[in-house]
Design a binder for this molecule. Structure first.
Ligand SMILES: [Zn+2]
Ligand SMILES: [Zn+2]
Length: 392
């Protein structure tokens, strides 16, 4: 089976590189993936794969092998692009000015379409069902994954495991990387207003200075992590915006702060929210101000199920050789794959796309990001191999 998949991946790779280029040239922003979803539906229809639409621009396909109820596995790709102006001078450069596939979701979609083609062609030769999830809105709250889960993507039929891949511009093309357990962080946004009483800067005793209070608050919030969190537990609290005042001789009425809170442990995450509320509330009150605090809860952390990750890693070693499989690092970035991995066993792994000789080293979310397209053969073949061979 593995050899059949490898040879089909080699045979079909040029076609799916073209598909990736088509997607790259026609990027769409989060939750507006209308043409991309149409394109995916046409590809699935051409391969004879039934599908349905969920969450407006999500496409869910189903490929049944032999004994379709014996095992059910989900494979996920995200389809949205970013509001970035592409700087690459390439024939398939973005035609949608100011929008760019700078996170490689064009690659993810092409790889999953390629895997679907292979799995469909070989469906008399493997057991079970593969659910294909082409999801919208990975880059933007509330996350397309959360919308699809609300619309029942993990039911009827219910997969026992889910896989997702992400391009990795720090990993050489031809390699894959895995990690067990906590791999990516949750991300919650902080919106804080400190209200005081403005007035003449020469008469501070008649004012409640929100700039002074907010300054104390920025420092005090650092205690949440440094004095309350177990140092072995990765977490970040950053205040990233501090806005108030317009001139030299007026104390303003209020200060607006923004920030981000990231964690890898769901229990600690919500305990920290309480600490933030308590420290901020008491400190601001003690100094005579008023506080408005919104913690906008974002994506949960990504947790790679140990046993599933071990199996997937072994499958990768069989597929591309153990010398091409690495351990990936933990990241404090967030991914809405976390929503799936909180519900069912999940494995989110990395696809190497870097090629130093070809100058393909730019990071994701930059205007110069691009990949070595040889990665597509590996990406689509490996997805197909996982889809038809892993059971949990
Ligand atoms: Zn991204
Ligand atoms: Zn991404």
């Amino acid at each position: 089976m593995i050899d059949r998949i490898k040879s089909l991946a080699r045979q079909y790779a040029p076609e799916f590189i073209e598909i990736r280029r088509h997607l790259h040239a026609n990027p769409e922003l989060s939750y507006r993936e209308f043409e991309t979803a149409d394109f995916v539906r046409r590809q699935l229809a051409a391969a004879g794969i039934p599908f349905e639409t969920k969450a407006t621009t999500g496409v869910i396909g189903l490929i049944k092998g032999k004994n379709p109820d014996s095992r059910i596995v989900a494979l996920r790709a995200d389809m949205d692009a970013l509001p970035i102006k592409e700087e690459n001078d390439i024939p398939y450069r973005s035609k949608n000015d100011g929008v760019m596939h700078a996170c490689g979701h064009d690659v993810h979609t092409a790889c999953l379409l390629g895997a679907a083609r292979i799995l469909s062609e070989l469906k008399e030769e493997w057991e079970g069902t593969v659910k294909l999830i082409f999801q919208p809105g990975e880059e933007k709250n509330p996350g397309g994954a959360s919308l699809l889960i609300k619309e029942g993507v993990l039911e009827n039929p219910a997969p026992s495991a889910i896989f997702g891949l992400h391009v990795h511009p720090g990993l050489p093309v031809g390699k894959l990387s895995f990690r067990s357990g906590k791999v990516m962080a949750s991300a919650d946004e902080l919106y804080i207003t400190v209200k005081g009483k403005g007035g003449h800067a020469a008469a501070p005793h008649l004012c409640v200075d929100p700039i002074l209070i907010a300054s104390h608050l920025v420092l005090a919030l650092q205690q949440v992590v440094s004095r309350n969190n177990n140092p072995h537990n990765p977490t970040v609290l950053s205040i990233t915006a501090f806005n108030a005042g317009t001139t030299t001789n007026v104390i303003p009425n209020e200060v607006k702060l923004k920030g981000t809170f990231r964690a890898m442990d769901e229990e600690w995450r919500f305990k920290a929210h309480e600490l933030i509320r308590n420290i901020a509330g008491r400190l601001v009150e003690s100094m005579g101000g008023e506080l408005d605090l919104l913690i906008d809860t974002g994506y949960p952390s990504v947790y790679n199920h140990e046993q599933l990750n071990d199996i997937a890693r072994q499958k990768a070693e069989q597929y591309i050789g153990s010398g091409n499989v690495e351990e990936t690092e933990k990241r404090m970035g967030a991914e809405d794959f976390g929503y799936y991995s909180q519900q069912i066993p999940g494995c989110f792994y990395r696809l190497g796309v870097m090629n130093i000789e070809k100058g393909l080293t730019a990071g994701v979310h930059t205007p110069a990001f691009n990949i070595d397209e040889d990665a597509i053969e590996t990406g689509m073949g490996m997805m197909a191999w996982l889809g038809c061979s892993v059971s949990l």
